[in-house]
Design a protein around this ligand. Structure first.
Ligand SMILES: C[S@@+](CC[C@H](N)C(=O)[O-])C[C@H]1O[C@@H](n2cnc3c(N)ncnc32)[C@H](O)[C@@H]1O
Length: 266
């Protein structure tokens, strides 16, 4: 990509949003991101599959929420760079009046945000440059586009892994879910080192990541992931590899080392 709008963007160290884009076979990344991303792939060969399975999960979860659960408002925190089938495209395909607020704190995502603001005239899309560690600021900004008195799907896909303290991650989720009414949903994905999902490789991969890239990352166990869903009704099929959350017809997909779940606030 060109460097004419670098600004706050650092091209000397790999950034998660850009490496994720590389794993998704996108073009919005720098040599440093490709070098680190490829080293991670050599340590955890399933990582490309994780990224693609995560996006496919996003598609199925958002389609379910918009088409079947009647959700018309989405707060997508840790959006990532625009790719195929962003949240607003999936949601508005099912419900053209859906309203979406995107949140990320990476300066490169901000420079690409225009591509996320191409929603239907009946709906709305907004982008907020904010940090997940400050849920109150996110809620204040989201409240300008979303009616927080009506159900919201709070989406945190592949982002709580960047909140290193598990108690703080729980507090963030609790603060967000406390601010939205009954009928709201929480959509989560999170990497794991649990052998149950074949995540053992993540230990070395994340150690390498933390020495060479930003922001620092952590894996979580099934018990830790499940604790984020406390007080909510976890929808079928529960906490599973995100590839196995209501997969489409055909061959059963490969298990990836990324938990996924959708839960409803009672
Ligand atoms: C692994 S990507 C996931 C992107 C997208 N949600 C998906 O599932 O494809 C994580 C995203 O979270 C963003 N992120 C990381 N830490 C963040 C923080 N503290 N506040 C806001 N965004 C953050 C990164 O910039 C990156 O775009």
């Amino acid at each position: 990509m060109t460097s004419h709008h670098t600004g706050r963007i650092r091209t000397d160290i790999a950034h998660n949003a850009r490496v994720w884009n590389h794993w998704l076979r996108g073009k919005d990344n720098y040599p440093v991101d490709r070098a680190v991303g490829d080293r991670v792939t050599s340590l955890h060969p399933g990582i490309g599959e994780v990224a693609r399975a995560d996006r496919a999960f996003l598609g199925r979860a958002v389609t379910y929420l918009a088409a079947e659960a009647g959700i018309r408002q989405f707060l997508d925190i840790g959006t990532g760079l625009p790719t195929a089938d962003n949240t607003h495209e999936v949601a508005q395909r099912a419900a053209p009046d859906a309203r979406i607020v995107y949140v990320d704190n990476d300066p490169i995502v901000l420079t690409h945000a225009r591509a996320l603001l191409t929603g239907t005239p009946q709906g709305a899309t907004e982008y907020v440059d904010a940090d997940a560690h400050d849920p109150q600021a996110i809620l204040a900004a989201a409240g300008r586009t979303l009616d927080l008195a009506r159900p919201v799907a709070v989406m945190m896909l592949g982002i709580l892994n960047f909140v290193l303290d598990t108690d703080e991650a729980r507090r963030i989720v609790r603060t967000l879910m406390a601010a939205v009414p009954s009928g709201s949903h929480l959509v989560l994905t999170h990497p794991t080192a649990d052998p149950e999902l074949g995540g053992e490789d993540n230990v070395a991969a994340m150690e390498f990541w933390n020495a060479n890239a930003t922001p620092p990352i952590t894996a979580r166990t099934r018990a830790e992931f499940t604790s984020f869903l406390e007080g909510l009704e976890v929808l079928e099929p529960g906490v599973v590899s995100c590839s196995l959350w209501r997969p489409g017809p055909g061959q059963p997909p490969p298990v990836v080392a990324q938990f996924g779940a959708v839960a409803r606030k009672p």
